[in-house]
Design a protein. Structure first.
Length: 435
């Protein structure tokens, strides 16, 4: 009830702003004005303000007004409420692919592949197989691929050297053997000195994006939870992920606890699953002598093929309330220009979805000065996002509960837990379709 009360309040507030917002689409001298909602974190606000200021200086007839996304429990809730109230911005750059189906079903988005230069522009920028992963069930494209945060593993070089472990650890077997050497009493005080890895144990759906879903995408060779409208994660790859994580906890290589503070930066964790945003944080706060590197997520011992991972992408969309779709399309193309992508790297430490990123001379100085970011940039073409289905969060919540029962507390076999999660997912979809 709290969530629905919050949404109702937000809906009323957005509706009260509708008339004022619509009056601002054309200025008094007849120029076009667009409203652009960016993410609300400080670095993305800084980037967005810089790009908007540059646009406004170069395009006197089309002015853009920047507004960070209104505060809420999630950007998806804000955008859905704004669609219902008819108060969406012209453009938003914080589109999570996992929520795109809800926006489409609500009739909120402009189909971008109706613009004549869509394909020529996108084929020049985005690897085709990655571009196809953002296609909606109706065959259309409602999001412009912008940035990705490949989920990889950081490792503490000092701990690895001290334990006699060499990198990379590419297979589950390699990882478990390394953990056996690392999670021991190195100094003779009767307690283990390091944990192999740590994951937040709270059964919250989005936590599973960065362990189960990332490892499942890796184990399945780039498959997500769905193939079209069909649930496909009831598979050997998903069972292997649960088996691996269950073994990590069973052997005591991962703690079931809630830590205070960053244990990787404190030198207590040998590895950490994370994205490229962590690099700038570590560089700002690490102690002298702290050495670390990057490697891909491990895969099952019998896996063959490229190494994939979850990309945690955020994309850009145009909303149907816009009175100026052509002008909005012109504007969002500048947000993903080569020069804008360089500023995304420099300001936000996030990876643009762009072909030949490493080889482009424009980015050469950046990567030479930020060498650890190279691994994330090389991984970017081999990422997948969340499935754009309206039941995604409920399904991930079910997976999270099975994760807790199986992986953390060992009350179910991995095969049974995955089967139960898939069965629950089908019930959720059938129930929601029947309503």
């Amino acid at each position: 009830m709290i969530r629905y009360s919050f949404l109702l309040t937000l809906l009323i507030l957005l509706a009260n702003c509708r008339d004022n917002d619509r009056m601002q689409t054309v200025t008094g001298d007849g120029n076009v004005q667009l409203t652009y909602w960016s993410a609300a974190n400080p670095r993305e606000i800084e980037l967005s303000r810089e790009l908007v200021d540059q646009w406004n200086q170069e395009n006197s007839q089309i002015q853009v007004q920047l507004q960070p996304l209104p505060a809420s429990q999630s950007s998806e809730e804000v955008l859905l409420a704004a669609i219902a109230a008819g108060t969406t911005p012209d453009v938003c750059s914080n589109i999570q692919p996992g929520g795109i189906d809800d926006f489409i079903l609500a009739g909120g988005l402009v189909r971008l592949d109706t613009f004549p230069d869509f394909w020529s522009f996108l084929e020049d920028r985005v690897p085709l197989d990655l571009l196809y992963s953002f296609q909606s069930p109706d065959g259309g494209y409602y999001q412009l691929p912008w940035k990705t945060n490949p989920i990889m593993i950081l490792y503490n070089k000092t701990i690895f050297r001290k334990s006699g472990v060499e990198v990379p650890l590419l297979r589950y077997g390699d990882y478990l053997q390394a953990a056996e050497k690392i999670v021991v009493d190195h100094d003779g005080d009767g307690q283990v000195d390091y944990w192999m890895m740590y994951r937040d144990t709270k059964p919250i759906w989005w936590q599973r994006l960065f362990d189960f879903l990332s490892l499942y995408i890796a184990a399945s060779g780039g498959q997500t939870l769905f193939r079209g409208a069909e649930i496909v994660f009831d598979s050997p790859a998903a069972v292997q992920v649960f088996e691996f994580l269950q073994e990590m906890y069973r052997q005591g290589y991962m703690p079931i606890t809630q830590f205070q503070g960053d244990q990787f930066l404190a030198g207590r964790l040998a590895t950490q699953i994370t994205g490229p945003w962590m690099i700038s944080y570590i560089e700002n706060f690490k102690q002298p002598g702290f050495e670390y590197g990057v490697m891909p997520l491990p895969v099952p011992d019998d896996y063959e093929g490229p190494f994939y991972t979850y990309g945690d992408p955020k994309n850009i969309s145009i909303f149907k309330t816009t009175r100026h779709p052509k002008e909005a399309w012109r504007f969002i193309k500048t947000l993903v220009s080569r020069e804008a992508d360089l500023r995304l790297l420099e300001i936000c430490s996030q990876i643009p979805i762009r072909k030949d990123l490493i080889d482009d001379p424009l980015y050469r100085d950046y990567f030479s000065q930020n060498s650890l970011m190279v691994a994330f940039a090389e991984q970017a073409p081999y990422t997948r996002g969340a499935d754009g289905v309206s039941d995604f969060k409920e399904i991930m919540d079910g997976i999270s509960q099975e994760y807790e029962a199986c992986v953390l507390y060992q009350r179910k076999s991995p095969a049974q837990a995955i089967s139960d999660a898939a069965r629950r997912a089908r019930v959720i979809m059938e129930w929601n379709q029947a309503r």
